[in-house]
Design a protein around this ligand. Structure first.
Ligand code: FAD
Ligand code: UDP
Length: 370
């Protein structure tokens, strides 16, 4: 009998298990996939760590979270600076002076600001209600039409006016020549890949892969006093109120006999007519010097139950359905729901770690005092 059965060996489940073990609790961590790590899993292909479920760049402003992950791996000084190709022209991301120079040939922040302010005044909204209105209100029409609209509609399979505004607020806008995609103080890639972190977190903990909790619910539940569930919350409740919607992705990996395919880890393809959103060249995350390379094209796809659920679609209908599942979850005292799928939230890695630490803190404080 274990203290906890942890469903999902992603970052949430792994951090929770690690914290439980520290408090001398026993855990069994299971995953339906053939490996541990969830979406941060990397596969080593002849010395190159391939991010199998999409590019993962660690970034945080929180020193405690940075110190936490640094217990398990050394991070390099990689700074994410993606490029975007729109109508055959190359732009820097996020939106910064290099982007403004390529768009309008401006050279000073004052010139760029004048253009953006004029466009925001003309096309922006006081209370943006959707992604399109939000983007026009932040960066104006030219940037929206060149670098956002088609990419976004391809990525999400929906019109930008049908998407929540918060999605676009992730992208910084700055009036400096700074191509750093993130504003956070700490950023990097774990040397040796993310598996090192997951292995460190799960060191000494029992694990089972290729095991779907929902296929053996009773038998597996009987193995532990409590469950930590990090899979989709609607699946846990057998879709009682209908399925929550997601966007899925198809990754097409290619191993090439050349040293440098695109000169950068991430290149976005803004145009709708290109069916993928980005190409990742993995070696550049770790400044690889191999004489070969691995690239991944990322194709957004309509989600169905057989596919991986990557991005929650947090529109009004899905949020109100999620709320109903949350209410059901509140009546399951022996199950802790957490992570990107169980909380139906567009969480980054640092936020998942913070959330797992918080849930663990609450759980162990509660169990110690009861
Ligand atoms: P997951 O990693 O999804 O783990 C959940 C696990 O539960 C999965 O392994 C799944 O197989 C398992 N599971 C589900 N149901 C069952 C079941 N019934 N039985 C058994 N097992 C089950 N974050 C960043 O900070 N930086 C980035 O650059 C970044 N890039 C991203 C790019 C993409 C394409 C995606 C999709 C995400 C990205 N993220 C990024 C977010 C990051 O992946 C997540 O924040 C984090 O991995 C979530 O961890 P998790 O444990 O909640 O979920
Ligand atoms: N986005 C865009 N153009 C780009 C990159 C991103 O319009 O070149 C928008 C898009 O709507 C995307 C959102 O910004 O879903 C967040 O992008 P990010 O790269 O942060 O998301 P990820 O897919 O890596 O989670």
């Amino acid at each position: 009998m274990y203290d906890y059965l942890i469903v999902g060996a992603g970052l949430f489940g792994s951090v929770f298990a690690h914290e439980a073990k520290k408090r001398h609790k026993t855990c069994l961590v299971i995953d339906k996939r053939p490996h541990l790590g969830g979406n941060v899993y990397c596969e080593n292909v002849d010395g190159i760590n391939v991010h199998k479920y999409g590019a993962h760049i660690f970034h945080t402003n929180d020193k405690a979270i940075w110190d936490y992950v640094n217990q398990f791996a050394t991070f390099n000084n990689y700074v994410n600076s993606p490029l975007a190709i729109s109508k055959g022209k190359l732009y820097n991301l996020p939106f910064n002076m290099n982007t403004f120079h390529a768009l309008w040939n401006v050279k000073t922040p004052a010139e760029a600001k004048q253009i953006i302010d004029d466009q925001v005044k003309k096309y922006g909204y006081k209370n943006p209600k959707n992604l399109e209105e939000q983007a026009l209100s932040l960066v104006g029409k030219d940037i929206y039409e060149t670098l956002i609209k088609e990419y976004t509609e391809k990525q999400w399979g929906r019109k930008a006016v049908e998407l929540p505004a918060f999605i676009i607020k992730r992208l910084p806008i700055r009036y400096t020549f700074d191509n750093n995609y993130f504003n956070d103080i700490y950023q990097g890639i774990p040397i040796g890949g993310y598996n090192k972190i997951v292995e460190g977190l799960l060191n000494g903990i029992d694990t089972l892969t290729n095991t779907n909790f929902l296929d053996h619910k009773e038998e597996l539940s009987a193995k532990a006093k409590k469950i930590v569930f990090t899979g989709p919350i609607d699946a846990y409740f057998n879709y009682k109120y209908g399925a929550l919607e997601y966007r899925s992705l198809r990754f097409e990996h290619e191993h090439l006999n050349e040293t440098n395919f695109q000169g950068n880890a991430v290149v976005n393809y803004s145009d709708l007519e290109v069916p993928f959103t980005r190409i990742i060249e993995h070696k550049h995350f770790e400044f690889g010097k191999q004489n070969h390379t691995v690239i991944t094209r990322e194709y957004p796809e309509q989600w169905t139950h057989e596919k991986e659920a990557y991005y929650p679609i947090n529109n009004k209908e899905n949020q109100s359905r999620y709320q109903k599942y949350r209410d059901l979850a509140a009546h399951e005292p022996d199950v802790i729901f957490g992570g990107r799928l169980a909380e139906y939230k567009y969480y980054d890695m640092h936020q998942i770690i913070a959330s797992a630490l918080k849930k663990a803190e609450k759980e162990f404080h509660h169990t110690m005092s009861s």
